[in-house]
Each structure stands twice: as C-alpha cells, then as structure tokens.
Design a protein around this ligand. Structure first.
Ligand SMILES: CC(C)(COP(=O)(O)OP(=O)(O)OC[C@H]1O[C@@H](n2cnc3c(N)ncnc32)[C@H](O)[C@@H]1OP(=O)(O)O)[C@@H](O)C(=O)NCCC(=O)NCCS
Length: 326
C-alpha cells in the first residue's frame, strides 16, 4: 500500500486514515492492543482484567518481516487501531486486529481487515485466513460478513512444566550459522505439509532475532521434523512459552516419535528459560492429535476458530501444528 488509505467513513471524531506502521508507533500500538483486549476480556468474563502489552520484540519482528503489512488506523494524529499481516509462502494470515473501544463499531476494524487482505493479495498469497475467538458474536459477524468461511476448530492446550523430559540428541538446534543449510530443508518440509506453506522465513526470524528456538530432527541426514518455539516473552509479562509450529514429514511411519522428540526439546528449553507453562495451538480435524497431547499431560484451555476467505488449505498428516494467532 503506497498511499495512506483515507476512509470516507468517519466515526464522529474526524476522518480515519490507514497507513503502514512506523517504528516510532510502537508504544502507541502496544497501548491500543492492551486497551482493546482488556476491554474485550472484561466484557467476555464480566470483570476487570488488565491484558499484558505485546512484546516490542514481537512487533519489531512483525515489522521486519512484513513492513507494508503492519497497519495502523490513525485519526487526528492518534493511533486508534492496528492490524498485522503474516506471509508464510503463499499462505497469508491476519492477526492481531484491534481497535480502541471508543472507536469500535464505526467501520475501522473492517477497513483494517480490507487493507490487510489487499496487502496479502499484492504479496501473492493464494490462501488468506485468520483465527479468532469462536464464542464472540461480534467477531463471528465481523469475519462472516467480510466473506470468511469457518475452516476448523483450533485447540489451545497448555502444559505445566516442572521437570525436564529426556533430552534426546536426535534433535538439533538451528543456529545462525546452520540457517543457510537448514532453510531449503524447511521449504521442502513445509510444502509436504501443505503445498502453499513455507515457514522458512519464520524460522530465520526466530533464530536471527532471538525470539526463541528452532529445532530440527534428521533421519539419514534429511530433515524430517522441525519445531518453532517462541520464548520471547521472557523478562516481560509472560511466564509461558509457545510452540508456534511443528512440521513432521507426513509420509513417515515414525511421525509420532519425531513429533514427541521435538516437543520434549521445546518443553526442556522452555524450562531452562524459566518458563512455568508451555502453550500450543493447533487445528483439530480428528481426535488423534488431541488424545496424543493429553497423554503428554497437556490440558485443553480453550478453542478458537480458523476462518478462510480465499484458497484451499489442507494440512497433511496428523503430527503437525501451525497456529495463525498473532
Ligand atoms: C474486533 C474489533 C477489531 C472490531 O473492530 P470495530 O472497529 O468495532 O469493527 P467494525 O466497526 O468495522 O465492524 C464491527 C461489526 O460487528 C458488528 N457488531 C458489533 N457488535 C456486535 C455484536 N454484539 N454482535 C454481532 N455483531 C456486532 C457491527 O455492527 C459491525 O458489523 P456491520 O459492519 O455489518 O454493521 C474490535 O472489536 C476489537 O479491537 N476488539 C478487541 C480485540 C479483538 O478481539 N480483536 C479481534 C481478534 S480476532
């Protein structure tokens, strides 16, 4: 998006424009997120709740990866909303999207959403989707009326980590120096899971920006599994880490054991980083992975809904995870 997108629809406080976020918007964007989510949670649970501010390191990483796809809605020089686009190969997803409570209900959210979709189309994304809370009528209306169809239920599971699991040496950590060798392998592995998916840029960002760790599992020299762990919350609000994605070659008969070795490594690393809990989100199509996670002592904490506006997205195999939560 080259020019600021001036909305003809004002919300009573003056015209609203949508433009790419700049690094100096960081603090305002963090505050908008905190206020919007605190208000949403308060309405949802019926009592006051102060939502933590998003990590600056995470916003910086979003900006570095998709500078034209991090958008703010501005009115009279004040930021009143923000939205973030993510490009994983030909898969584009949107999140988080937030608007200050006083400015909600006047079209700002929908305008940000449309601007994100335009950005992802320009970036060549064949799949465009997002994940949202499945029990909030406003959210469902917002996305259904914007052309999104329900795709799958996304489970949110959590494990308390109080002891280290067996740290298998089958799994290696990706370092800055091993990235050039590993990235082409991740391109190949992503496509095995879903032809339009490419998580190699995500891996590069996690490793280079110290957002967490990327682990790989090799069999006969070939990468057959990879896990993407975010631990960046450290030193800030969160006592948890989160597994952003796990890729396992769906053709492997030993897919479950490859998956387990990667999870064990993520859990052990989280504990070493001082985390008390580890979070994982994955779309559920059948109960197999859910039951597997129960056996690994994960508990179900909630569910989101994945919605897709454009394209076909079908993940292959059972033992993999990819969350579109920003
Ligand atoms: C979700 C959010 C971004 C929407 O922003 P917004 O500026 O209020 O959105 P808009 O005004 O563009 O559109 C809201 C739509 O929901 C409708 N709506 C409002 N309250 C509703 C309700 N209780 N039930 C059903 N629809 C509702 C509005 O009428 C409007 O639809 P319309 O254009 O067909 O009339 C904003 O509420 C927010 O920041 N929430 C907190 C953070 C969050 O939950 N983000 C979403 C993450 S997926």
């Amino acid at each position: 998006m080259k020019l600021a997108d001036i909305l003809s629809r004002a919300d009573g406080h003056g015209l609203v424009s949508i433009r790419p976020m700049r690094p100096e918007d960081m603090e305002e964007v963090r505050e908008v997120g905190q206020i919007a989510w605190s208000d949403m949670v308060m309405h949802d649970i019926g009592r006051k709740f102060r939502y933590p501010k998003r990590s600056p390191r995470m916003i910086e990483a979003y900006l570095a990866m998709e500078p034209e796809g991090c958008l703010v809605a501005e009115q009279g020089g004040k930021i009143i909303g923000s939205a973030f686009c993510h490009v994983w190969g030909k898969v584009g997803w949107i999140g988080p999207l937030e608007v200050l409570p006083d400015h909600q209900g006047s079209g700002v959210g929908k305008a940000l959403l449309r601007a994100c979709e335009r950005h992802l189309e320009q970036r060549g994304c064949q799949v465009i989707g997002l994940e949202t809370l499945s029990h909030i009528p406003k959210h469902l209306h917002l996305y259904l009326s914007s052309g999104y169809s329900p795709h799958s239920t996304v489970l949110i599971m959590e494990k308390m980590i109080d002891h280290e699991g067996a740290m298998t040496d089958e799994v290696e950590e990706v370092t800055v120096s091993s990235l050039p060798d590993v990235l082409p392998e991740l391109v190949r592995l992503s496509a095995l899971m879903e032809p339009s998916l490419n998580l190699s840029r995500e891996a590069k960002t996690i490793v280079e920006r110290h957002m967490g760790n990327v682990y790989i599992n090799r069999r006969d020299g070939e990468v057959v599994g990879a896990a993407f762990l975010h631990t960046y919350q450290r030193g800030e609000e969160a006592a948890f880490s989160s597994i952003k994605a796990v890729l396992v070659d769906p053709r492997r008969a030993d897919a479950a054991s490859i998956y387990d070795s990667l999870l064990e490594r993520c859990e052990g690393a989280s504990l070493m980083m001082g985390k008390k809990r580890i979070l994982i989100r994955f779309p559920v199509r059948d109960p197999v992975l859910y039951k597997h996670m129960l056996k690994r002592s994960y508990q179900l904490k909630g569910a989101n809904i994945r919605m897709v506006k454009r394209g076909q997205y079908e993940e292959r195999g059972t033992y993999h995870v990819a969350s579109w939560a920003g």
